[in-house]
Design a protein around this ligand. Sequence first.
Ligand code: TZP
Ligand code: MG
Length: 213
Amino acid sequence: MKREDLQLYFIMGTSNVSHQNPLHVLERALQAGITMFQFREKGSHALTGFAYEQFARQCQKLCQQYNVPFIVNDDVELALRLGADGVHIGQDDLHVSIARKKIGNMILGVSVHSQDELETAIIHQADYVGIGPIFATTSKRDAQSPCGTNFLQQAHNFYPELPIVAIGGINPTNAYAVFQAGADGIAVISAICESIDIKHTVNTLRSVTRING
Ligand code: TZP
Ligand code: MG
């Protein structure tokens, strides 16, 4: 994968969008210039079965139209069925070594919160790691408490060649600190899903990236 693809990584599922059609939100974000997309359909009202897979396929089709990598959260089998560009897993999902075996050379992203988890992800050829929540978030029910930028900075100093995306409570106001700490990109849910002007929000977030990239 290209390291620059992490610049502005948009994550979305139906539960993240309240008053709009999620596909319209995704299309506006793609038009505005997001660089990667993660399909993350979670929560008590999450789609299941046919509707789940159909929604995933619609998101994938849009991403393909804009040439933006389509990554599936957690569900390796779905990613394989769809021929997704990659998979993102956390520490509660299948082990990184098993995920790598199953997906071959598709993109593999792993959420890490400690030096141990970071090393395991590297050993098993994660293409990038996600670090967070950096700031407080309301978008992940079981999120750990905010970790700030220290671990992110440490991971970047230890492994300068490792692509890192920061996540959790990132918005146009605080994105600068995250790039300063060494992130290649930022992953956001609410900054885009709750934006009243997606084009402007995406442009602003991308401009922070450019200044520091
Ligand atoms: N993992 C750590 S924090 C988080 C995830 C999926 C949620 C990020 O959402 P937001 O709205 O950008 O804080
Ligand atoms: Mg997960």
